[in-house]
Write a protein that binds this ligand. Structure first.
Ligand code: FAD
Ligand code: NAD
Length: 471
């Protein structure tokens, strides 16, 4: 009998398994994917076909673009800069192998047992593992953690095929498509659209909504939209794909925009319209655990209606982010070990790894207005930051929002260099209940782009030094 059986080894599942074992619980992790040795291929979407390979290509494509277009401004003359896509892809694949293989080692040192196969709960305390060779095995578990993750959504108007691909296909093109279409101007559409645009594709992004990045602060959505357009992404809002047809070497796409039907041709089409939870067939109906819109229903501690069955990561409510899943995994392992862990869902950081990055934490102005909370705003443009100018990254700003009365920081929104790192500083300060004044009274190294956070915090109370204040 295992104390804990985890189904799925993505960032939610493998982290839950490691922490459970560290806490002295006998733990098994089941992973469906196998590697070329027939062993479980750990790491889930994030390590294999998500966060890590996309960031690897974002970095390589950025370096290529800089070498080709921007280094001459720095007085650096290069010869003819050529793209070797095969090497770029091999580098990405090597990073993925290193990290997924690293989980083998982590499981070994932390004494997590593992098995390759498709796991499904068949009773309150039993999990069945269906293996690739057709055999199956049952294991008994005091506690079960479901961490089966999510998969790309396919839409009827653009079924996946040879030229119509999901994010996984878009991480592995063997040549740069001349004309690339992307359905969905969400996080994946913008990140992978940027990769291929930097490598030379003409990129058109078709977004169904009229608003661009509606979940972000309005100033960020406006400024970043202009910047993406400047970088060559042709983003068409209010554009609904109605049909697609794959021909031998291209795909024809029809979409509707303001009542007009438009037809375009692409060499490849990436469909990135969101992801759906992998909850099918993992739970039997007779246990009574509810699934709504595919999401396994859990309380704030990721516990289902059965006290020993838990679910974490993309398969439950909340943002589909690796770090959110990992924190849930740790919380559940600790709760199983009778500790009082919880996740602070109010402070989940969000990052879009474009260039420059977009990152935020906490509430934006629209959210505060609609909940009737009175607030103050301080904003500092990177154009006024010495370091941002020196490193040629002076687009964007930092915005700090604090409570009108208490000055407690309610949200921080950054579009610009090192946005993810700046937001992480803000998040740490918010976890400790910081006010804008606390940040204003803190010393920042000079010259850093983080000084923009300091100045934005000073500006909340009209004390900015390097820009004009409101009053
Ligand atoms: P997953 O990572 O999906 O892992 C689930 C695992 O369970 C898989 O290995 C699967 O094979 C296995 N599994 C499923 N069913 C079974 C079963 N029945 N039996 C056994 N095994 C099973 N998030 C970020 O925070 N930052 C990023 O930069 C980022 N970039 C991304 C880029 C792309 C292109 C994509 C697609 C996603 C990105 N994400 C990013 C999202 C992130 O990858 C997910 O939020 C995260 O992987 C979810 O973790 P998880 O453990 O819940 O599920
Ligand atoms: P998303 O929800 O970010 O964006 C999907 C976009 O597609 C939305 O703008 C939506 O309005 C649009 N859309 C939906 N249906 C459409 C249609 N029929 N035609 C045109 N547009 C349509 O989803 P995603 O980009 O697929 O990413 C999936 C998940 O992966 C996200 O929830 C995100 O959390 C995660 N992810 C995170 C990161 C990161 O943290 N940097 C990176 C990549 C992915």
């Amino acid at each position: 009998m295992f104390d804990v059986v985890v189904i799925g080894s993505g960032p939610a599942g493998y982290v839950a398994a490691i922490r459970a074992s560290q806490l002295g619980l006998k733990t098994l992790c089941i992973e469906e994917l196998s590697n070329d040795k027939g062993k479980p291929n750990f790491g889930g979407t994030c390590l294999n076909v998500g966060c890590i390979p996309s960031k690897s290509l974002l970095d390589s494509s950025h370096r290529y673009y800089e070498a080709k277009k921007n280094l001459s401004d720095h007085g650096i003359q290069l010869g003819d800069v050529k793209l070797d896509l095969k090497t770029m892809m091999e580098r990405k694949d090597n990073i993925v192998s290193k990290l997924t293989g690293g989980i083998d080692g982590l499981f070994l040192t932390n004494k997590v047992e593992s098995i390759c196969g498709k796991g499904k709960v068949i009773s309150k305390n039993t999990v069945q593992i269906d293996k690739a060779d057709g055999s199956s095995e049952k294991v008994d578990a005091k506690n079960i953690i479901i961490a089966t993750g999510s998969s790309p959504i396919e839409i009827p108007a653009a079924s996946f095929g040879k030229h119509i691909v999901d994010s996984t296909g878009a991480l592995a093109f063997d040549s740069v498509p001349k004309r690339l279409g992307v359905v969905g101007a969400g996080i994946i559409g913008l990140e992978l659209g940027s990769v291929w645009s930097r490598l030379g594709s003409e990129v058109t992004v078709l977004e169904a909504l009229e608003d661009f990045l509606p979940m972000t602060d309005t100033d960020i959505s406006k400024e970043s939209f202009k910047e993406f357009k400047k970088q060559g992404l042709d983003i068409q809002l209010a554009s609904k794909v109605t049909s697609t047809k794959e021909l031998k070497n291209l795909v024809k796409v029809k979409y509707e925009q303001k009542g007009k039907e438009i037809e375009v041709e692409f060499d490849k089409l990436i469909v990135a319209v969101g992801r759906k939870p992998n909850s099918e067939k993992v739970l039997p109906k007779n246990l009574g655990i509810k699934i709504e819109n595919g999401f396994i229903q859990v309380n704030e501690y990721c516990q289902t209606s059965l006290e020993n069955i838990w679910a974490v990561g993309d398969v439950v409510r909340g943002p589909m982010l690796a770090h959110k899943g990992s924190e849930e995994g740790i919380m559940v392992a600790e709760r199983i070990a009778n500790k009082q862990a919880e996740v602070n869902y109010d402070l989940v950081p969000n990052v879009i790894y474009s260039h420059p990055e977009i990152a935020w934490v906490g509430k934006n102005e629209n959210e505060l207005k609609s909940s009737g909370i009175k607030y103050k705003v301080g904003k500092f443009p990177f154009a006024a930051s010495g370091r941002a100018l020196a490193v040629d990254q002076s687009v964007g700003f930092v915005k700090v929002i604090s409570d009108e009365k208490t000055d407690s920081i309610l949200g921080v929104h950054v579009f610009g260099p090192a946005a993810a790192e700046i937001v992480q500083q803000a998040l740490i300060s918010m976890e400790f209940g910081s006010s804008a004044e606390d940040i204003a009274l803190t010393m920042f190294s000079h010259p850093t782009v983080s000084e923009a956070f300091h100045e934005a915090a000073l500006s909340v109370n009209n004390q900015a030094i390097h820009i004009g204040n409101k009053k």
